[in-house]
Design a protein around this ligand. Structure first.
Ligand code: PM9
Length: 460
């Protein structure tokens, strides 16, 4: 019989950055000053930073050395062509427009494709994506399967589109009112949940029938591909790189926040197959970002991205990345902490409704829980519930999402297993004392993407 073998990270650490534990008194002062919003903390006051996996990854020695070769020419930078080559090779899209990050690509595609009065179906909303759709005059329509809104459902592909919901919308509104279907891999707001290739193929067939395009939010496509390799019939022998390519080939265009999957601290792009859309985007990018051969990125950042894309689809890398997330998730499950099931790929999502059943949703339970975890240990998490969901653009009322979550997001290649143990101990401690946690009231609310800058006070 084969002995059990643990997996380990496929790298060793060459450089370290110190982190500091703070005192309970300091943390109390810091979170009060931050208006109970973890986005408003200073990073020096954070011990383990699980706010986001966006731009927080550790780059490899290959990426750092590629940065030294950055060509900082204003026009025609060699680094742009290196990045373009990597994108075309691994993802297969024809035309590439660099942007400084994902939301800038969302801005361009929304401006080009959406007309006032249009409807944009998608597999659950994402904050910045939906805002750009709305600013262009469109209305986002959620067509994800119902299981995605149920934190306890163990459906292995909760990112799947409900084909009936999608076809019903197309028939009801008419295909001319639907500029594209937005497909995210993985679905961030559902808990980092993947969609299956079987489902994507069916979405492709349906959209072909009605001549509707698919725009792919490919922010975490390699993580989605890994889940397909692990859990979808017929894919266990394929590499993550092959599955990534197959996903992209089923779509017409993509927006990418390269700050996640692609292992860089800044960067993104819009990729399209249609030449006319490319022409328009290439023209618009000079208005909002910069020339079409840098689009808001430095040459060195484009070099780092070219290498990062290659590393991101490596099977050993992605197994260790998702493995670390699963390690933390399993620890919390063993302790009975309510989390979104199945464990997703970029973080653990605490189910704040179940964690704090005595705090009603309009008292912001996930926001309060994220603050409480910070108070306990200096671990910084993020609210993904009613605050993130914002207000209905017609009525001005709060959107009340079924999912009221706190995200413990794991940066790539940054923290060790010992950090995961410390995080789990802190969350378990907060869970033991959950009955003492009270809700919050919002005392400052910005107009756009309020979760970034809103302020709260404790309800006494
Ligand atoms: N996601 C995240 O922490 C960073 C900002 S929002 C808190 O999860 C998807 C699926 C994302 C995403 C950013 C963007 C926007 C688009 N799609 O942040 O503009 O998860 O690069 O990308 C964040 P940028």
């Amino acid at each position: 019989m084969q002995k059990k073998r643990s997996w380990a990270e496929p790298y060793k650490i060459k450089m370290v950055e110190p982190v500091f534990m703070t005192s309970p008194e300091d943390r109390k002062r810091c979170i009060e000053e931050a208006g109970y919003n973890t986005f408003l903390l200073r990073s020096k006051d954070v011990y383990i930073d699980l706010l986001t996996d966006s731009g927080t990854s550790a780059m490899s020695d290959r990426q750092w050395s590629a940065m030294m070769r950055g060509d900082e020419a204003y026009a025609g930078s060699e680094s742009f062509y290196h990045m373009e080559e990597a994108i075309q090779h691994y993802y297969g899209y024809k035309h590439i427009i660099p942007t400084h990050q994902g939301r800038a690509a969302e801005h361009l595609i929304s401006k080009i494709m959406i007309k006032p009065g249009d409807f944009v179906p998608g597999n659950m909303y994402f904050t910045t994506t939906r805002l750009h759709q709305e600013l262009a005059g469109g209305t986002f329509v959620d067509v994800i399967i119902d299981e995605a809104h149920d934190p306890e459902s163990t459906h292995p592909f909760k990112g799947n589109v409900d084909l009936e919901k999608l076809e019903h919308l197309i028939v009801e509104k008419g295909a001319a009112k639907i500029p594209y279907v937005c497909i995210a891999t993985t679905v961030n707001m559902a808990g980092g949940q993947p969609l299956s290739l079987e489902n994507l193929k069916a979405v492709r067939a349906l959209t072909k029938k009605y001549r509707i395009k698919i725009v792919h939010d490919m922010t975490r496509v390699a993580e989605n591909a890994y889940m397909i390799q692990q859990n979808e019939k017929g894919y266990s022998d394929k590499s993550v790189a092959q599955i990534v390519k197959e996903i992209c080939d089923l779509t017409d265009a993509a927006t990418m926040s390269a700050k996640k999957d692609a292992l860089v601290n800044i960067g993104g792009f819009l990729a399209v197959n249609d030449y006319d859309i490319y022409e328009e985007a290439r023209n618009l990018v000079v208005v909002y970002e910069g020339l079409h051969t840098y689009g808001g990125m430095a040459g060195r950042d484009m070099e780092a991205l070219a290498v990062g894309i290659t590393e991101s689809v490596d099977d050993d890398h992605i197994r260790a990345r998702v493995g670390q997330v699963q390690y933390l998730g399993n620890k919390l499950l063993e302790a009975g902490v309510p989390i979104v099931m199945p464990i997703g790929t970029h973080g653990i999502f605490l189910n704040a409704r179940k964690f704090l059943p005595h705090v009603s949703q309009d008292m912001f339970p996930a926001q309060a829980l994220a603050a409480e975890i910070y108070l306990d240990s200096g671990v910084r998490a993020m609210e993904r519930g009613i605050v993130s969901a914002g207000r209905n653009k017609e009525t001005g009322e709060h959107n009340y999402p079924k999912l009221e979550l706190v995200r413990l997001t794991i940066p790539r290649r940054v923290y060790t297993q010992a950090h995961m143990d410390v995080i789990a101990e802190s969350v378990e401690e907060v869970y033991q004392n959950r009955e003492d946690i009270r809700g919050l009231k919002m005392v400052y609310e910005p107009k756009y993407l309020r979760f970034f800058q809103a302020k709260f006070e404790k309800v006494v």
